[in-house]
Design a protein around this ligand. Structure first.
Ligand SMILES: [Zn+2]
Length: 134
């Protein structure tokens, strides 16, 4: 399904349907601005690199679970335990990363844009961040 444009607000936004591969977990994520106007974050740290994340960031309240939900996912964190990665226990799709450090993007979630329907991450702009050095 193609992204649905929201009614006009101060900042343009769009809502995307996302899911894991097996469909056990599904959600809607609203991004402002729409994804075409953002740069997807690719990070070179040990886990983002392995997972192939193309992350977009949005406030927690902009993610609405329509199937499964956070409790249905397996969580993984490592090293400083600052970021919790969430993936489907059945198909292994990594859907999101959330900081649990109040000094590191509190209230925001990094969503893997690879899980969005109707979005081709290969056609979108990227920004590479040096997470390895953080
Ligand atoms: Zn799954």
């Amino acid at each position: 399904m193609a992204p649905v444009e929201q009614p006009e607000t101060e900042q343009p936004s769009a809502t995307y349907d996302g899911s894991c591969h097996c469909g056990a977990i599904a959600f809607k994520a609203t991004l402002s601005p729409p994804i075409e106007q953002q740069k997807l974050t690719q990070c070179n740290c040990s886990i983002c690199y392995r997972n192939g994340y193309h992350l977009v960031f949005t406030p927690d309240e902009n993610v609405e679970w329509t199937k499964g939900g956070e409790d249905a996912m397996t969580k993984y964190s490592f090293n400083k335990q600052r970021i919790v990665h969430h993936f489907c226990p059945t198909c292994g799709t990594s859907l999101l990363a959330r900081s649990v450090d109040p000094n590191f993007f509190p209230g925001f979630v990094g969503v893997n844009a690879r899980s969005f329907d109707g979005v081709d991450v290969n056609t979108l702009e990227k920004r590479i961040i040096d997470g390895k050095a953080l």
